[in-house]
Design a protein around this ligand. Structure first.
Ligand SMILES: [Zn+2]
Length: 276
């Protein structure tokens, strides 16, 4: 699996070279084990971000405050959730947490902040949502990122997440993740659209790649995504998968937006969807 490595600034690369130079041995010289461990830790810290993914303070992946918040946002084991209003054709949705606070910061950091160190955490959460469906041995169908988002991020982050989650959930076959959904046309930015407008914006937006249609026909399929907001994207993905004869069992996501609509979003006429 081609997991990304965080970009290494030239100053960091210099630091790595300096650390590597300190680790160089000379004939007959033995580096004490403690010094070696220290050097390796320095290398790791240079390559991996070590500030808190929630608040940006230094030192660790999570500070105690953000770790407590992250824990509070989780739904251990995952749970089924349903939006109100519910888009037509939305299959059963399971989520592993609330898209808010530290969990929201983790998703955003992974997708747009170069925090590939958060992939295992998010994959574990997605695997919890997938859990009850594993006995059906479903194919996982990641929701496609827009071509613009893939260009900006350099990769399809949801597909990477799906592949790691498939392993965590015990679905280890290479073909279990099928990147068969694609954008059939350009869609407007969803952020400021309410539920009905999102559904209209997305109608017919996705299609299954011609080469994957026959493979999906008659197979149990699970849609996977990082975040669900109104459910319109998942409903459109389900429509496209059913159109080629796939049996859509449901949708597994990392997190669903909060039950309480954000005041600023509601004030400007955005999403008023609630999940229960
Ligand atoms: Zn923090």
């Amino acid at each position: 699996m081609g997991e990304r490595t965080p970009a290494v600034p030239s100053s960091t690369a210099h630091g790595i070279r300096a650390t590597a130079a300190r680790l160089e041995t000379h004939p007959g010289r033995v580096i004490p084990l403690r010094a070696l461990a220290s050097g390796v830790r320095a290398l790791v810290e240079l390559v991996l971000p070590t500030c808190c993914a929630g608040c940006g303070t230094g030192g660790e992946q999570w500070c105690p405050t953000c770790l407590a918040d992250l824990t509070a946002r989780r739904h251990p084991g995952g749970r089924q959730t349903r939006p109100e209003p519910c888009p037509a054709g939305l299959p059963p949705v399971r989520t592993a947490g609330e898209y808010a606070g530290a969990l929201r910061a983790a998703v955003v950091g992974y997708k747009d902040g170069g925090r590939s160190d958060l992939l295992p955490l998010l994959a574990d959460l997605l695997a919890e949502s997938i859990g009850p469906w594993t006995s059906d041995e479903p194919l996982l169908l990641p929701m496609p990122s827009s071509p613009r988002a893939v260009r900006a991020r350099g990769e399809a982050t949801t597909e990477l997440l799906a592949r790691r989650a498939a392993m965590r959930a015990g679905l280890a076959s290479r073909t279990v993740v099928v990147s068969g959904l694609r954008h059939a046309r350009r869609v407007d930015d969803q952020a400021r659209l309410d539920s009905a407008a999102r559904a209209a914006n997305l109608a017919g937006a996705f299609a299954v790649r011609a080469g994957d249609a026959a493979y999906l026909r008659g197979r149990p399929v699970l849609l996977v995504d990082d975040v669900v907001t109104t459910g319109a994207t998942l409903a459109e993905g389900a429509r496209a998968a059913r159109a080629v004869g796939a049996h859509v069992l449901g949708a597994a996501v990392v997190a669903a937006t909060s039950r309480r609509p954000r005041q600023d979003v509601a004030a400007r006429g955005g999403s008023r969807v609630t999940w229960s």
